[in-house]
Design a protein. Structure first.
Length: 314
């Protein structure tokens, strides 16, 4: 029986620390095109079953895309999963080499599911959506500073806010242009925005950050985003159901869309009112409405149908 090899790669700005499991061979290469050529030369002969990276805010992008283009099985996982796995096997120390070994063992034990990686246009759109979110955050921060600013600083802050707002408008135009130029994205955008409460910001975030939309069932998509209540029971103890994990940036825009949908979307409004009449607090009712809105959007994208609800429908 041939040996299956699993590779864990710990990423930093300048280097890639690699561990091959079960042989425990370790080596380091530069996080550069030349280093990736060396990495592929060393990995291709062993034909690894799985290569796992931690998400590191973008430093892994070049390596992941290069290995995937070479036909190697690559998965990017949440760093929290790796850290929790390390604690579960008693690895409390943390260095780059140790982390690479833990990632390799995680790959062998858990075997995370392979998912299609984003192509270049998708990465560009995700970058624009992320940059827009950062600029909105800076506008909020600068606006809050106005209250305590001196007269001279106030003029400077106001000028900066105007510049940020202008840049936000430019990025919005770039996002719209990218979506319009893609037949698939354009169709999905039209489907999503046909729903009351869903605007351009929510639509572009779902398109760029949730490529699984329309491909998963209602339970999996709710867990993926982090709006599915999770059990907390043990013995006689019945804990309060809570949401946990998921994609925070998607939940943020989904929350704002749900606030709007509670006012203007008949299905979400009626659902929210029933929950409040049943005595649910605002937070519980909001999360339930967020989940319902997400499930509806997921079904619409899967079936390629726009919103067709009528308030008077029996």
């Amino acid at each position: 029986m041939s040996t299956e090899y699993f590779v864990g790669i710990d990423v930093s700005k300048d280097t890639l620390d690699v561990c091959v499991y079960p042989t425990q061979d370790t080596f380091r290469v530069p996080n550069s095109p030349d280093g990736l050529d060396e990495l592929m030369k060393r990995l291709k002969p062993i034909e690894p079953r799985l290569i796992v990276f931690e998400a590191t805010g973008g430093y892994e992008t070049l390596a992941v895309s290069s290995l995937a283009a070479a036909g190697l099985p690559v998965v990017v996982v949440n760093p929290r999963q790796i850290r929790d796995f390390a604690k579960s096997i008693g690895r409390l120390a943390k260095t780059d080499v140790i982390d690479a070994g833990v990632i390799a063992r995680f790959a062998s034990a858990v075997r995370p599911e392979l998912r299609p990686l984003k192509d270049s246009p998708s990465q560009e759109l995700t970058g624009l959506v992320t940059r827009r979110r950062q600029i909105v955050g800076m506008i909020v921060a600068e606006t809050n500073r106005l209250n305590a600013a001196t007269r001279r600083n106030r003029r400077d802050i106001q000028a900066h806010i105007r510049w940020l707002q202008k840049r936000q408008d430019q990025i919005d135009d770039e996002i719209k242009r990218d979506i319009k130029n893609s037949p698939l994205w354009r169709t999905t955008d039209q489907i999503l925005q046909s729903t009351s409460g869903v605007g351009p910001a929510t639509s572009s975030t779902l398109i760029s950050c949730v490529p699984e939309l329309g491909q998963l069932n209602h339970k999996k998509i709710a867990c993926l985003i982090g709006v599915a209540p999770l059990n907390r029971d043990s013995g006689r103890f019945k804990g309060r159901r809570m949401i946990w994990g998921g994609r925070a940036q998607v939940r943020a825009v989904l929350y704002m869309s749900t606030l709007s949908a509670i006012r203007f979307n008949p299905i979400i409004r009626q659902f929210y009112q029933r929950l409040k009449e049943a005595g649910k607090c605002f937070k519980v009712a909001m999360v339930a409405c967020m989940r319902k809105l997400l499930v509806i959007l997921n079904a619409m994208v899967r079936n390629q149908t726009k919103w067709r609800h009528c308030e008077n429908k029996p």
